[in-house]
Design a protein. Sequence first.
Length: 235
Amino acid sequence: MKTERIERATDPQKVAFITCVNDDDWYSECRLYLESLIVPEGMTVELHPVRGAASMCAGYNAGMMASDAKYKVYLHQDTLVVNKHLIRDLLQIFADPAIGLVGVIGCRSLPRSGVWWDGMRTYGRVLHACEPESVVDSHCMEPNGPYQEVEACDGLFLATQVDLRWREDIFTGWHLYDTSECREMQRHGYRVVIPNQSDDFWCIHCPKEKPLAASYKQYQKAFLREYGAELHPEV
């Protein structure tokens, strides 16, 4: 069963940035970068912090329904967008109506585990600043052209031009919501892509180093129950 597409009029001159927030210090930093973006003439920007969400999917569904923007960017509160021309670059990619979602790092083909970073061919780039004075340029393969079609992207940054309901019926926590949304896009016939970032990276991600939560395995099993039969891993 594929998720519902929200059929309603949206504003093609508007971009909404939607974030689940439980740390206002981090979100204030995130906002500083968003408020510094160069906004193309005729476009407007909305910021939608969602507080007290029961899950990432629930928060993103609430943010999605609160905005009539055609273009929505779902990002973590600890993601800093450093590409000042982000909106221009997204509009250029979304000029192809077959593209439903843009991420910044992910894999060409999901492995049997359903976990994108286990994939054989990973694409994209993110600067990771997990600890003070420790910055890692996570630079995977680069697309040959302006972007590369993939099966899954990491949830630190996901931009869309169509509204598909996030699967809060399955993913009631904070894991695998991102890979699920990518699969839902593909179920509806949309392409998922990662841009070429060979000249410069789009985002800095500042997560705390910590082991995977015990609940990750629970959602991994739920993901494989829902999508496992659709996976065709590279060997």
